[in-house]
Design a protein around this ligand. Structure first.
Ligand code: BES
Ligand code: MN
Ligand code: ZN
Length: 497
């Protein structure tokens, strides 16, 4: 599964003074249109004739005869907006827009020049371009008899040789992050009949081999021994049995007590169980393992880049189905931590699996910081729509780090309050906790349910139910799974360097 196919996407760095022999994609800021070093005065005139002004998202294209080549060359221009307001995200968006134009023109080989007149470092611009290229050419194609690909299959990035030490590692990082994000997208797009918990574990193992992190999988009796009663209760109805997937990248062996723990929700399908979801939209619930995909992708990137940190990721993978062996509303179940839970809805299954996974990563993997990522609540879509990941935390320093990571990755996050009074909603007279906090503040009470299991550890909770999947093509993310969280988690880990 997920082989690259016959398609070749190549990124090749090219020195500034090298001869450009391909079609061009020029990223142009609003304030530099007039004196942009267009490849020919004719191109400048042609762009002016189209009133290309460099506004963000604007594109224009022309063909001119390149004297030195004696053949026509196509030039696509994509606007970046104002130089002083430039961000890496705007570079990605502009590149995505330019790439759509190049695709329309059926261009196969493209050269671009990511540098700008300021606002960003050459490295930031180079990374953003590479990421955008890989993310914007991604298609989930494998079940189509007739593949629809982006025409562009080769990208050359020109750079100033004086900036080589900065640009080359940035291009490599952009490639790593783009690939790792696309791996997560593949996993999320894969339907649940194919991507069972067992298969997800196999894919994690494959990713471990490819990127260089260690993977351990618990199943059957070994899994039962761990005492993850809540996790196992959720998976009981399905013949596709649960897997606990543990991934380790121990990049800082000198500090074994500093371990970043990542936990991803890995529901390969969420029917709701006996608290059955309505039929309309249920097909989207194959995406309920997007948190797992995010941590697998992030582990891949961290390992590939050999980041000198200890990072462990845990996925409690299972399938929430309906059958005579399933758990029921009204059941009172145990957890690995020892707390009991009244199941008020079998559809609030994510927090049950996460409670055990979080307890496991702290007690067995000695995580000193915990970040969980989950498609946890429909309520987060009501609150924040599809643009922004909802966040809860018990530590504002962690949130500040996350904001820095959000800025670098272009992912958007927003913190919701976690006042202790909200905890009351998770209480019941019949058990230590109940798994539903009522209709109000659903994202907050779901997060605070997990908080009951993080002990004294600094913790971040990312609810990606709104951001993991896009119905339509975006500026540079194509429709379907977004791979949200991969780049965010990578840059978050980086703040500990
Ligand atoms: N996987 C869903 C969350 C979800 C719902 C994501 C809709 C995207 C769209 C989760 O397991 C779930 O079903 N949550 C319930 C919780 C409720 C029963 C307390 C929800 O949000 O409705
Ligand atoms: Mn559910
Ligand atoms: Zn779910």
């Amino acid at each position: 599964m997920f082989e690259e196919g016959d398609r070749e996407l190549e990124i090749r760095a090219l020195e500034l003074n090298a001869h450009v022999v391909t079609d061009l994609l020029c990223l142009v800021a609003e304030d530099e249109v007039g004196d942009y070093p267009w490849p020919s005065p004719l191109v400048k005139q042609l762009m002016a004739a189209q009133e290309f002004s460099g506004k963000l998202g604007e594109t224009a294209s022309c063909v001119y005869l390149a004297e030195e080549l004696q053949r026509p060359v196509r030039v696509v221009a994509a606007g970046l907006g104002k130089t002083e307001e430039l961000t890496t995200e705007k570079v990605r968006r502009a590149f995505g827009a330019g790439l759509k134009e190049a695709d329309r023109l059926k261009i196969e080989v493209l050269t671009t020049m990511p540098w700008t007149n300021g606002g960003l470092t050459p490295g930031e611009a180079a990374r953003a371009v590479t990421e955008a290229y890989l993310l914007a050419t991604y298609r989930f194609n494998r079940y189509l008899s007739e593949k629809k690909e982006c025409s562009v299959r080769f990208l050359q990035v020109r750079y100033d040789p004086a900036q080589e030490v900065e640009v080359l590692p940035a291009l490599k990082l952009g490639q790593t992050l783009g690939e790792a994000t696309n791996l997560a997208r593949d996993l999320v797009n894969e339907p649940a009949n194919v991507l069972t918990p067992e298969r997800l574990a196999q894919e994690a193992q494959k990713a471990g081999e490819k990127y260089g992190f260690a993977v351990e999988v618990f199943a059957g009796e070994a899994l039962a021994q761990l005492g993850m009663e809540a996790f196992l209760a959720v998976g009981k109805a399905s013949v596709n049995s649960p897997r606990l997937i543990v991934m380790r990248h121990l990049g800082d062996p000198a500090n074994p007590d500093r371990v970043l723990g990542l936990v991803g929700k890995g529901m390969t399908f969420d029917s709701g169980g006996l608290s059955l979801k309505q039929a309309k939209g249920m097909e989207t619930m194959k995406f309920d393992m997007a948190g797992a995909a995010a941590v697998i992708g992030a582990m891949g990137a961290l390992a590939r880049e050999e980041v000198p940190l200890n990072v462990v990721a845990v996925v409690a993978a299972c399938e929430n189905l309906v059958s005579g062996t399933g758990y029921r509303p009204g059941d009172i179940i145990g957890t690995m931590a020892g707390k009991t839970v009244l199941v008020e809805s079998t559809d609030a299954e994510g927090r049950l699996t996460l409670a055990d996974a979080v307890h496991y990563i702290i007690s067995r993997e000695k995580a000193s910081v915990v970040v969980d990522v989950a498609t946890l609540t429909g309520a987060v879509i009501v609150a924040l729509g599809h643009l922004t990941t909802g966040v809860l935390t018990n530590d504002q320093d962690l949130y500040a780090r996350l904001q820095e990571a959000a800025h670098k990755s272009g992912e958007r996050v927003w913190q919701l309050p976690s006042f202790p009074e909200y905890r009351e909603q998770n209480k019941t007279p019949y058990a230590d906790l109940r798994n539903v906090g009522g209709r109000e503040a659903g994202t907050i009470t779901a997060g605070l349910f997990i908080a009951e299991f993080v002990q004294d550890k600094p913790w971040l909770h990312l609810d990606i139910a709104g951001t993991a999947f896009a119905e339509k093509d975006g500026d540079y993310l194509t429709q379907g799974a977004t791979g949200v969280g991969v780049r965010l988690l990578y840059h978050f880990a980086e703040t500990y360097l």
